[in-house]
Ligand binder design. Sequence first.
Ligand code: M6R
Length: 585
Amino acid sequence: MCGIFGVIGKDNNSAQTVLNGLKKLEYRGYDSWGIAIKNNGQIKIERHVGKIGQAQTKLPQSTIGLGHTRWATHGGVTIGNAHPHLDCTKKLCLVHNGIVENFRSIKESLTKTHRFSSETDTEAALHLIEEKTKSGSFLKGFQKAFSQVHGMNAFIILNAKTNELFAIKNGSPLTIGLGKNENYISSDVWALLDHTNKVIFLEDNQMAHISQDSVKIFNVKTGKSIKPKITTLNWQAEQSKLGKFHHYMEKEIFDQPKVIDNLVRLDKKIIKKTADLISQTSKTYLLGCGTAYYAALVGEYLLNFLGIDANAIIGSEFSKNKNLLTQDKAFIMLSQSGETIDVIEAVNLAKKRKMPITAITNVLGSTLYRKADEKILLSAGQEVAVASTKAFTAKLAILLQVYYYLKGDLKAGKQLISQSAKVSQKIIKGKTRQLIKNIAKKIKDVDNMFVIARSLSFPIALETALKIKEVSYIHAEGYAAGELKHGPIALIDQDTPCIVIAPNDNTYTDTISSAHEVKARGGFIIGLSHENNPVFDEFIQVPDLKEATVIPNTVIAQLLAYDLAIARGLNPDKPRNLAKSVTVK
Ligand code: M6R
């Protein structure tokens, strides 16, 4: 949440470089944005409320600058609360990602001697830095101030007196990009790829001193210099271009057949490693947030089918399991970004308990990737749309392979997953695509809808409902089909849409019975199944691919959510109130 970016270099166009960086980081928050540069010894700032869109900058020439794209936490969405913020001397300028938990007490202690002009927690940290760096070494003062700040935070500061950038972090991510006579710092690597593929991932409690021709890293606690580890990435900036598509969500849905097909070719050794870990430990926890949690739930069902003790955990509810975490149990952490704070907190605790951790993530070099013992990359390419799509089905493709391996059936399993990619391709390109658009037009004005399913399809019902809520703002509830009659069926009214996921498995008959119960109360039934059934008002056919049917069923759900957003005149890529990477609690 919040994207921060800084540059210092030889060229005079730092404002433009920062603006381009912010456009890449905008998916991390789009309540407001701002840029600061130094020109003629003065810091000059521009700040705006709303999305960056096609904005241009009018800031003058400069070789040093920083910027911020905000997802509001403390203080409303106003120009005054937009970053960057300036200290009282107007020589220090700060951008921040995170939450200063003790901002009230810091502010109270400084309010008599410093001028505050926003409602943000950030400003408390800024004036504290100003106070602690008034005299003596800037680095030492910065370090002192940071040690008094509580919470998971990343800061970049522009010091106009010395013409340098400083950065510090604990929790929230920061990556330094190394250019030729130019260096960069950013919340994520995607914003650096236009400039360089040589990066340094700043670790927690590290501090960076960045000038045009050098980057020095220090340990915050000891102040000692650290030799930076430079990583060379082999990614390309083009991966994230929109091309012929209208929205990233659409592009990323269309990317899926290829992503899944590639994952089917994943080295058997990688699948074996995870499968062995699961078999050799007494219990497996699968943890994720939002969509990643629903993937974890699919993993739980699959492993439970095999008689393996496994539990999916919601990242933010992880504390209930704290007393159960012992080193004889395994952890599989799922996260597209690899930066979700609740996942990272769980990883930190699991590491302390010496539990083996496998990361399933899309971002090489992300915090989760770096902390895990074993890593499986989704290799899905950057996911830009806030709604997670291809990362979800990629996680399913991996979990299904682990399942089929443990079942002793990997070859046949790979064939089914490969088939699921072909079927998904047909769905997004063929007649089904138009059918989904028509259904979306028919139901676009409803206020509420349900998605029901049983067993392995239940997490898909939850994911379908999340996708619909997130991008179309229609209130959708995913429910275990059997649970509906224990209360929520009271909400079924004339024409309430109810998506029924009824694959050809041992739950089919019961799921169809649930559909009848909804229909008897006036519900409008949209069936996803291998065969038509008189209870369906609309029918989307999905061939039976055994467990791998979850993949095409998900693709249909994603397309329906996308089409609903379009039919309602919404931008599915940047839904209101959301941000892609959730790095605050
Ligand atoms: O990057 P992560 O996979 O850890 O993100 C987890 C959730 O924030 C994410 O899946 C969120 O629920 C999506 N917006 C759903 O589409």
